[in-house]
Design a protein around this ligand. Structure first.
Ligand code: AMP
Ligand code: MG
Length: 409
């Protein structure tokens, strides 16, 4: 049996960062930069005012006090965006607004609050220190500086940094398109009547949501029937792009264990690039992995909802993040104390959905008290972490320390 780490690495080995495409800033959020962004100009581009006030020569206002103010003629009015470039001669002031270029000759901004706000002449009641309230060209970045590096995930601040350079388009890794197929004759779409023996399909929604949250574009399909021929036709249609356009990864749920109707296993029995392997983890032991004949990677996950979720987290999500071009593909972990305890299977790692409880140091409780069943999909909604219990641990006791994958969006 493989360890879950071995299976994760085998999954990661199937994928590479997707090719770069050019996108506009409106589509950049959540993508990963494929080519670093360099600024041609210094940022800010010119010395500019940090305050609404008056640009002056410090020497002219150095002695100003309320009792003995300095009065200067106002020779220019400089709003932000002004194209004017007046030269400020000695003994003069220019009214200036925040962000407007500081005129040549001026070295200090007197905030309007220290003046009578005059427009023809201004009375200055107090002198700020020399150089005060001038933002200097290149404070933020020098011309030629790398502003956002290759491999950076573009969040709001990074998009703003690109925009501030004056770039409207960036080269980013294409987002992965991921097909999600849930299988099972017993499944009905949510919202349809549930007769005895059937249940709503939750896995296609679970996995499509997980793909979206992980930055992919999900093509959700299913529930499909337990007919191997029909499923194989669907998978090949996804593989060659004829059914739903090209996809970068196919995820199936269900039909991978040793039951009589295990449709995914049956459908892919003769697919040379896909193998079905037991992984030493609970839940999530039966896994299928490989490439369809056209080369599309495929992850065949077990059908129990908690197993599907855990399998996605352990195996699929890192691969998805790699396709996006991210270098760090793992969830953050925390060390936490366990409030309750539970038994774990011998010889297999265990992944237990847990919930962080208030208090320091961090501590967790099982999200599924009274059971660790992989069918407990409603209680899975309570989990905000997955405790990773090593294979050689047979019992988790209250007060024990565990490593927890944090399920933050
Ligand atoms: P399977 O691996 O297909 O035998 O499925 C294992 C268990 O998970 C069965 O009890 C299924 O009913 C359940 N199951 C499989 N697929 C789904 C799904 N898409 N949504 C909810 N439950 C499922
Ligand atoms: Mg099934």
């Amino acid at each position: 049996m493989r360890t879950w780490i071995e299976h994760r690495d085998a999954t990661l080995a199937l994928v590479e960062p997707l090719p770069a495409i050019e996108v506009g800033l409106a589509d950049a959020l959540g993508t990963v930069l494929a080519q670093g962004v360099v600024t041609d100009a210094p940022l800010p581009r010119w010395d500019n005012s940090a305050m609404d006030g008056y640009a002056v020569r410090y020497a002219d206002v150095a002695g100003a006090t309320a009792a003995d103010p300095v009065v200067l003629p106002v020779v220019a009015d400089l709003p932000a965006g002004t194209p004017e470039r007046p030269f400020l001669a000695p003994g003069r002031a220019a009214r200036i607004m925040t962000g407007a270029p500081v005129p040549d000759g001026a070295d200090t901004i007197v905030p309007v609050e220290l003046t009578d706000a005059g427009t023809a002449v201004v009375r200055i009641d107090e002198a700020p220190p020399i150089g005060r309230h001038v933002r200097h060209a290149g404070d933020d970045a020098a011309a030629g500086d790398l502003v956002v590096a290759t491999g950076t995930l573009l969040g709001p601040a990074q998009v703003a940094a690109v925009a501030s350079v004056g770039r409207a388009r960036v080269l980013v890794h294409r987002r992965p398109r991921v097909a999600v197929v849930s299988t099972g004759d017993e499944l009905v779409p949510p919202g349809e009547p549930v007769r005895h023996g059937t249940l709503p399909d939750s896995n296609s929604w679970l996995l499509a949501a997980a793909v979206t949250e992980a930055g992919g574009e999900a093509v959700r399909l299913g529930p499909t029937s337990d007919d191997p021929q029909a499923l194989l036709a669907l998978l090949h249609g996804l593989d060659d792009g004829s059914l739903h356009g090209p996809v970068d990864l196919v995820i199936t749920s269900g039909g991978v264990s040793v039951g009589a109707f295990d449709v995914v296993k049956a459908a892919l029995r003769d697919e040379p690039g896909v193998e079905f392997v037991p992984v030493a983890v609970q839940p999530g032991k039966p896994q299928g992995l490989g490439r369809l004949r056209g080369g599309t990677p495929l992850c065949a996950l077990p059908g129990n909802p908690v197993s599907s979720f855990v399998s996605f987290e352990l195996f699929v999500r890192p691969a998805l993040l790699r396709l996006r071009g991210l270098a760090d593909v793992h969830r953050p972990t925390a060390t936490a104390l366990v409030d309750d305890g539970w038994r774990t299977p011998p010889g297999r790692a265990q992944v237990m959905p847990v919930r962080f409880a208030p208090g320091e140091p961090p501590h967790v409780q099982r999200a599924t008290p009274g059971g660790s069943g992989s069918h407990l999909v409603a209680r899975l909604a309570l989990a905000d972490g997955l405790a990773l219990v090593p294979a050689d641990v047979e019992q988790v006791d209250p007060g024990d320390q565990v490593t927890v994958l944090r399920l933050c969006p």
